[in-house]
Design a protein around this ligand. Structure first.
Ligand SMILES: [Fe+2]
Length: 306
């Protein structure tokens, strides 16, 4: 087993790369590269890309994790009896390609050449009732798309939760933050995070939901901050994009969230201000009501997650 350090990107197929690029631009990503009928989009963090689209029939193809180093990648490949391949993508490096129990592609990457981070705008200091830190300066924000920083997590609907959970945990060292139970000892799924020991990481990197019907649920991208998320909401609304759920604040993970649909109906989320856990945070159990609860914001629509 290796311990992956983060999620790296999500991979889709769609028939029109121009349409996908326009949407993702409005969503707040920037083109990293377009080659061989593949569109690679990046965020502002120093990562080669966070979203890939291959030209073809619309589909969710899979996810990729980041390995800590090339040694870990070699160890994983040896355990799985597969090759470490050269990664023909922006940033290069090496990749190991696996199939999860439902047949989704799971890539693990390491050794990429990292690009420089992109500079970000609109990082306002906020005044609140207790802390009046922005004195003598007005608050001014530019209209425009959110600034997607990075990919934070992916949610996948699976045939058999326990089977998929074991597959991912045994290979990648993921640990449970919250397991969701429909009733005592009737698990629906779990929010799982990377195990980086004492280093604090996102509340979840992967959420597997045992719906019995395998498929893509959503992918979630961290944006610069709350104002950035709201500015991006306006931008997507004015562009006539399809809104799914939000703006609100989740209970489990605590993120401020806003869900949208891409032109082929894939759900993509903007989030900011999520919980950070480490190896001192024990696993928790929660029910369906807590899963769908918002601390503030609208109720989830019935289409969420489908
Ligand atoms: Fe999410």
């Amino acid at each position: 087993m290796i311990r992956v350090t983060d999620i790296a990107y999500v991979r889709f197929r769609a028939p029109d790369l121009d349409q996908m690029e326009t949407f993702l631009g409005e969503f707040g990503m920037v083109r990293a590269e377009r080659r061989d009928e593949r569109l690679y989009m990046r965020g502002t963090d120093a990562r080669p890309f966070v979203h890939v689209t291959e030209k073809g029939e619309p589909a969710f193809l899979g996810i990729a994790f980041q390995a800590e180093n090339l040694d870990d990648l070699a160890r994983l490949a040896a355990e799985e009896k597969v090759a470490v391949e050269d990664h023909d993508a922006p940033g290069g490096g090496k990749v190991v390609r696996l199939r999860d129990p439902d047949g989704f592609l799971v890539e693990v990457v390491a050794g990429e050449t990292l690009p420089a981070a992109l500079s970000t705008l609109r990082h306002p200091v906020l005044n609140d009732g207790e802390h009046r830190r922005r004195a003598g300066a007005p608050q001014r924000l530019d209209a425009g798309p959110s600034q997607v920083k990075r990919l934070g997590h992916c949610v996948i609907n699976v045939t058999d939760f326990r089977k998929s959970e074991a597959w991912y945990k045994n290979r990648f060292g993921l640990v449970t933050s919250d397991e969701i139970e429909l009733a005592p000892d009737m698990p629906l799924g779990a929010f799982m995070r990377c195990d980086r020991g004492p280093i604090h990481v996102d509340h979840h990197t992967l959420f597997l939901v045992g719906t019995g019907q395998p498929g893509f649920n959503h992918a979630a991208f961290e944006v610069a901050n709350f104002d950035d998320l709201m500015a991006g909401h306006d931008h997507l609304a004015k562009a006539g994009r399809r809104h799914e759920w939000g703006v609100g604040r989740h209970l489990l993970g605590s993120q401020i969230f806003d869900y949208w649909r891409d032109p082929w109906g894939n759900t993509v989320e903007h989030w900011t201000d999520g919980d950070l856990f480490n190896n001192e945070t024990p696993p928790n159990k929660a029910g369906l009501a807590e899963l769908m609860a918002a601390q503030w914001g609208p109720d989830a629509p019935p289409t969420m997650g489908a």
